[in-house]
Design a protein around this ligand. Structure first.
Ligand SMILES: CC(C)(COP(=O)(O)OP(=O)(O)OC[C@H]1O[C@@H](n2cnc3c(N)ncnc32)[C@H](O)[C@@H]1OP(=O)(O)O)[C@@H](O)C(=O)NCCC(=O)NCCS
Length: 180
């Protein structure tokens, strides 16, 4: 397990899947805002790649996020688009609704940075999020990510196009929190 101050990142367990499906992926608005594809219902027990891990996919590392104090599941975090030539990757995360706004998102981004820069030796991490997602923007910026650009009307969300923000962090600019 990778540990932050408040949360840990561990492997996906089978009993995480129904919780993540119900709380994150069955929520049409959350799915429309967080994913790059239209929402569709997921059949229980299906091998949806967003939930069921393919350990052979070297370009993607999915984690389940747990609260360290109680060891309960609080969400997902994903390293994706890992490029070993340019030494870069994208990160994404989603927390269960009742666990948002408690500092966990900021902590998850910190642990993903540790994974990317220290464990994987990457040079650049990238995040894309909707321009109105203040909690995601702040979680990223708290960890040193900078806004590199706005992708105007790039994302179709529930009946309208919205702007996306591209944020990046380079290894040499990363200042790890050493209090964890
Ligand atoms: C985005 C998300 C991961 C952020 O995690 P979080 O635990 O809620 O965020 P934190 O508690 O660490 O807060 C980070 C900052 O955002 C602010 N914030 C949190 N929720 C907020 C809200 N609803 N509105 C405005 N600001 C908010 C906090 O005050 C904090 O600001 P600060 O750094 O200036 O103190 C989480 O809210 C989430 O899962 N949202 C739904 C899915 C999603 O949007 N995923 C990202 C897709 S790219």
């Amino acid at each position: 397990m990778l540990r932050g101050n408040k949360i840990g990142l561990r492997a996906r367990h089978d009993d995480d899947i129904p919780i993540l499906r119900t709380e994150l992926y069955d929520d049409v608005v959350n799915a429309a805002r967080a994913e790059g594809a239209p929402w569709r219902p997921i059949t229980p027990g299906s091998s949806d790649p967003r939930l069921v891990v393919d350990d052979k996919d070297a370009g993607k590392v999915p984690f389940s996020v747990v609260e360290l104090e109680t060891n309960t599941l609080v969400g997902t975090a994903t390293f994706w688009g890992i490029d070993t030539h340019h030494r870069s990757a994208h990160i994404g995360l989603g927390l269960l609704p009742s666990t948002r706004g408690k500092g966990y998102g900021t902590d998850v981004v910190a642990v993903l940075c540790h994974y990317g820069f220290v464990v994987r030796g990457l040079h650049r991490l990238q995040i894309e999020t909707l321009s109105d997602n203040v909690a995601m923007l702040r979680s990223a910026e708290r960890n040193g990510f900078v806004r590199e650009g706005v992708l105007r009307s790039a994302t179709w969300v529930m009946g309208r196009f919205m702007d996306s923000v591209l944020l990046g962090l380079l290894a040499e600019d990363w200042k790890p929190d050493t209090t964890a």
